[in-house]
Write a protein that binds this ligand. Structure first.
Ligand code: FDA
Length: 308
C-alpha cells in the first residue's frame, strides 16, 4: 500500500523541498547516491571498477520543463563521458540517461529536442568506445523512448534501452528487440502505473519478467538482467546455460548500494556485473523510488528522524 503513496510523493515539489531540507536525509540518500557531483562519484567508480565491477552512470535529473535545462543535462553527460575516457575505463563505464531530463516532455517538439540532445551524447560515447542506455520512465514515454532508440541505433547500434516487465506491452517489445546487436536491460519497473497498462501484483510482474528473460536469452541480442531478485538471477543463469551463452554475452546489473555482497559474489563467480551509479543534486525522485521498492528502507529513513 505504501509504494503507490511514495511514488506519488516522488512527483511532489512541496515534499521534495521538505525531504531535501531535513538534515537527517543525507546519510540515507548516501546509501543510494554516489555524491552530489561528478568528482566524488568518480571515487566510487574507481573503487567499483578496481574490484572487478563494471558501471553505468546516471547524472540524476528528470522531468525537465525548459530547453536550457535540457541542454545542461546534455552538457553534464558530455563532461561525464570526457571524464570517463580520461580515466581510461572504455566500456567498463557506460552511461544511462532519462530522456525526460533531455526535454522529452516539452510541449513543443519535446521528442525531437530529446533526440537531438541525446544524439550528441551517443556520438561522444561511440567515439570514446562506450555506450548509452536509455532508461525507461512512465508508460506514457515508452513509444517515444523506443523511437529514439531506433533512430540512435542507425549510427550507434550498441545503444541500449530498458524494458519493464510490469507493462503488458513488454512481451512484444522484448520480441522486437531480441535481435543481433541490441542491448536490452530488463527490469520489473519502478513507476506508479494504472491497471489498464500494467500488472499490479508482484507474482504477475515476476512471471512476466521470466517470460521476457526467456525471449531475450533465446534471441541474438545482449540481455542485461537488471534485478536484485535471487530467483530472477538464478533463472537468468539457467537460461544462459541452456542457450550456450558464455558470461560476457549477457550481463547482470544492480543499483548502487543494494545487495552489494551479491554484486561481488556474481563478479567473483565470473559473471559480468554492472552497477548503476547515480550522482548529482537532483536525487529526490530516484531516492523516493528506492524507498517505495522496499518498506524496510522507509522504516530506516523514518528512524533517522527519531531523537537519539
Ligand atoms: P524486487 O523488488 O522483487 O527485489 C528483490 C530483492 O532485492 C528484495 O527482496 C531486496 O532484497 C532487494 N531490493 C530491491 N529493491 C531494493 C531497494 N530499493 N532497497 C533495498 N533492497 C532492495 N526501473 C524503471 O522503471 N526504469 C529503469 O530504467 C530502471 N533502471 C534500472 C536499472 C538497474 C540496473 C536496476 C537494477 C533497476 C532499475 N530499475 C528501473 C528499477 C527496477 O524497475 C525495480 O524497481 C528494482 O530493481 C527492484 O526490483 P527487483 O528486480 O530488484 O526485485
Amino acid at each position: 500500500m505504501l509504494g503507490p503513496v511514495l511514488l506519488a510523493a516522488s512527483r511532489s515539489d512541496r515534499l521534495r523541498r521538505v525531504v531535501a531540507a531535513a538534515p537527517v536525509t543525507r546519510p540515507v540518500v548516501d546509501r543510494f547516491v554516489a555524491g552530489d557531483a561528478l568528482h566524488p562519484a568518480m571515487d566510487t567508480v574507481r573503487a567499483l571498477t578496481a574490484s572487478g565491477l563494471d558501471v553505468t552512470l546516471d547524472h540524476l535529473g528528470e522531468d525537465v520543463t525548459d530547453r536550457a535545462t535540457a541542454r545542461h543535462t546534455r552538457d553534464a553527460y558530455l563532461r561525464l563521458l570526457e571524464t570517463l575516457a580520461a580515466a581510461g575505463l572504455g566500456d567498463r563505464a557506460e552511461v544511462s540517461v532519462k530522456l525526460s531530463a533531455f526535454g522529452q516532455a516539452l510541449p513543443d517538439g519535446g521528442h525531437d529536442v530529446a533526440l537531438e540532445n541525446v544524439r550528441s551524447v551517443a556520438e561522444l560515447a561511440t567515439a570514446n568506445g562506450t555506450t548509452v542506455t536509455l532508461d525507461m520512465e512512465d508508460h506514457t514515454t515508452v513509444d517515444s523512448t523506443l523511437a529514439v532508440l531506433h533512430e540512435l541505433r542507425r549510427a550507434h547500434p550498441r545503444t541500449g534501452a530498458v524494458l519493464q516487465s510490469y507493462l503488458f506491452r513488454t512481451e512484444a517489445d522484448a520480441r522486437d528487440l531480441a535481435t543481433a546487436g541490441s542491448r536490452v536491460r530488463l527490469v520489473k519497473g519502478a513507476y506508479n502505473e494504472p491497471a489498464h497498462v500494467a500488472f499490479q501484483d508482484r507474482r504477475s510482474v515476476d512471471r512476466a519478467y521470466v517470460r521476457a528473460l526467456r525471449t531475450l536469452f533465446a534471441g541474438d541480442g545482449y540481455p542485461m538482467v537488471g534485478s536484485h531478485d535471487p530467483r530472477m538471477i538464478a533463472i537468468a543463469q539457467e537460461l544462459a546455460a541452456r542457450a550456450g551463452r558464455a558470461p560476457g554475452s549477457y550481463e547482470f546489473q544492480m543499483l548502487y548500494g543494494i545487495r552489494t555482497a551479491e554484486q561481488r559474489r556474481l563478479a567473483e563467480a565470473g559473471e559480468r556485473m554492472r552497477i548503476y551509479v547515480p550522482y548529482g543534486a537532483d536525487w529526490y525522485g530516484y531516492f523516493m523510488r528506492r524507498l517505495a521498492e522496499r518498506p524496510a528502507n522507509l522504516a530506516f529513513f523514518l528512524r533517522s528522524f527519531a531523537p537519539s
